[in-house]
Design a protein around this ligand. Structure first.
Ligand code: E4P
Length: 217
């Protein structure tokens, strides 16, 4: 399973990219807004220079025509840019038209398996089920990943990748991989949490103490 970073923060992207683990980045209007008025095109282009993989830039229009217009513009900024459109019928139309132009789409805000099936049929490159937000409704978000994986696996024509989105904690990453996700997009904080373990810290301390005592003797 590939790891993407779910942020528009360049410092976080630079740091995670330096760990050698990043295969792509997802942004959304909320994440862009957190960067305090920074220019959208400038952020997306810089991310696309930092990470050589799919960089999702989300459309704002609600109609297919607008999504396609925005998608064509964003895709012209850098070859790594892919276009995020919502799981709506207008989104499906936009995916289909953008695919015709050779532009890859990430169909976002997916909350049921039929949305995922139709997105794949329309030609989506990525489908993004929102695991954490499904969990918030009291339903098992990971079950949605399992359902989509089951549907996609038994249809040889489907090449759409399953991206587990709305990841809230390190356990979500493990469960997404086991459930059949191709990608998990993670907030930077979750990746930091994932690499922290008290036994790792204690082990390092012990090794260093033993090493020092050895040089002293
Ligand atoms: C995915 O591409 C979205 O940007 C993201 O995972 C949304 O997560 P949230 O529910 O934490 O906002």
């Amino acid at each position: 399973m590939e790891i993407y970073l779910d942020t528009a923060n360049l410092a976080e992207i630079r740091e995670a990219a330096s760990w050698g683990i990043l295969s792509g980045v997802t942004t959304n209007p909320t994440l862009i807004a957190r960067e305090h008025g920074a220019d959208f095109k400038a952020i997306i282009t810089e991310i696309a220079e930092l990470v050589d993989g799919p960089i999702s830039a989300e459309t704002i229009s609600l109609d297919a025509e607008g999504m396609v217009r925005e998608g064509l513009e964003y895709a012209s900024w850098h070859s790594n840019v892919i276009i995020k459109v919502p799981s709506t019928t207008e989104g499906l139309r936009a995916v289909n038209q953008l695919a015709w132009h050779g532009i890859r789409c990430n169909v976002t805000l997916c909350f049921n398996a039929v949305q995922a099936l139709l997105a794949a049929r329309a030609g989506a490159f990525i489908i993004s089920p929102f695991v954490g937000r499904v969990d918030d409704t009291g339903v098992d978000g990971m079950a949605l990943i399992r359902e989509i994986a089951g549907i996609y696996r038994q249809d040889r024509e489907i090449t759409t990748k399953i991206l587990a989105a709305s990841i809230r904690h390190p356990r979500h990453i493990v469960e997404a991989a086991l459930a059949g996700a191709d990608i998990a997009t993670c907030p930077f904080k979750v990746l930091q949490q994932a690499m922290r373990h008290p036994l790792t810290d204690r082990g390092i301390e012990q090794f260093l103490a033993d090493w020092k005592s050895r040089s002293a003797s």
